[in-house]
Write a protein of this length. Sequence first.
Lengths: 419, 98
Amino acid sequence: MASDHYSIFSVLREALRGHTGWKPAWRNATPQPDYDVVIIGGGGHGLATAFYLAKMYGITRVAVLEKGWIGGGNVGRNTTIVRSNYLLPGNIPFYELSMKLWEQLEQEINYNAMVSQRGVLNLYHSDAQRDAFARRGNAMRLHGVDAELLDQQAVRKMVPFLDFENGRFPIHGGLLQRRAGTVRHDAVAWGYARAADRLGVDIIQNCEVKGFRFEGGKAVGVETSRGFIGAKKIGMSVAGSSSRVAAMAGLKLPIESHVLQAFVTEAIKPFIDGVVTFGAGHFYISQSDKGGLVFGGDLDGYNSYAQRGNLPVVEDVCEGGMALMPRIGRVRVLRNWGGIMDMSMDGSPIIDHTPIPGLYLNAGWCYGGFKATPAAGVCFAHLIARDAPHETAKAYRLDRFATGHAIDEKGMGPQPNLH
Amino acid sequence: MRIACPYCGERSLDEFIYSGDATVRRPDASAPTASEDYVKYVYERTNPPGMHRELWYHAAGCHAWLVVSRDISTHAISSVELAKDVALANNQAMKESA
């Protein structure tokens, strides 16, 4: 067994020698002149793509270029929820693949990502909403995904402290996915980085892409802050910066960048077991293993590249929380922050070729990118390696808006701030 | 971020509704390229990292439509104009160039 394999034995061995033998989790690679594949963006998706390229498709001459540092973008800014409770046929198989990959992730990458299948409970507050949730649950079960429709009594048993008799939004029940839950987000980035590095992938931090180089209409490399790097194939996986990076290749995407805020409170004793979402507003909450309540709500609603939001949404999120569970009112918020969401025109992602040969796109994740990390990695790696879409990601085409095949879960149309 | 409505003065953001890029124009529906033009008009976005001209509606105020110039990377607002004035100026400019 390799000496850098993490296990109970490596922990014991290091305990006995004063933790002097741990090695850096990944090399600080210097850029080579060229690679088979260059992935732009060292977030969860980019690192997962590099890992699966090496592991499943045998392509190890891969570089991941990150402008900042690993784990500093959305992979470290989300609320750590993973689930596959989708409605539409284009989405369910993909997110269920992701859920299955989460379930085996820690063995796969030999890293403790604290995958915790603590359940996601979506509450309903009216008869109409119950019917809509029953339909969603049925769609999930038809695709082999677990879903249970709970009545009020069953929800009371799980989370007795909710405001069930709220005058305006009484809680009638909920749709529960028990296999869903949370995953330690930073550990996902670090775990994929370490696992990819061990397979020979170069992870290059502080390396900003400044432009593309084309030859005969084909993308042949990227100009970076650390010089030119040649590549047979280039994958863009840059979330909120998708439009910016694509613009360097002369592409205009069906994407707007919006800011989404998240919040964490001071640590308290165990309080909420799973993830609970408010169906009458937009509020979702879980408790981290450190004890802080982690919660969030709607987008701020205007285009933004600033990783911070404004107070009206803070107020709105807190009102949602108070309507759902008044007893959190005296817990103090420790921090709030913002992340830049690549909002697509139908709320669903894009994993596809671009019109430029050699250039591939993984974008439009809206605020659902984290839960998709493993499947996005597999599907983007498949697309790059095989030049054909993965079975579960066939619907995520860039041209679907032109052909009328939008996948609009929420039925909002091309109004990205409403998805 | 607060928006200075020309009628109401500086007001909180939650009085306003955002309605996106103010610079796009509805394409000519009778043009031979109309269907591609409309896909671009409805679905594609410039989404620039810097200055953005955008429509805001003062819903909980005077109901005016505004064109706000805002730096998307910093949220700094450099100007707020009435959308009506912007539209009239555009029409005037189009007439003069025609």
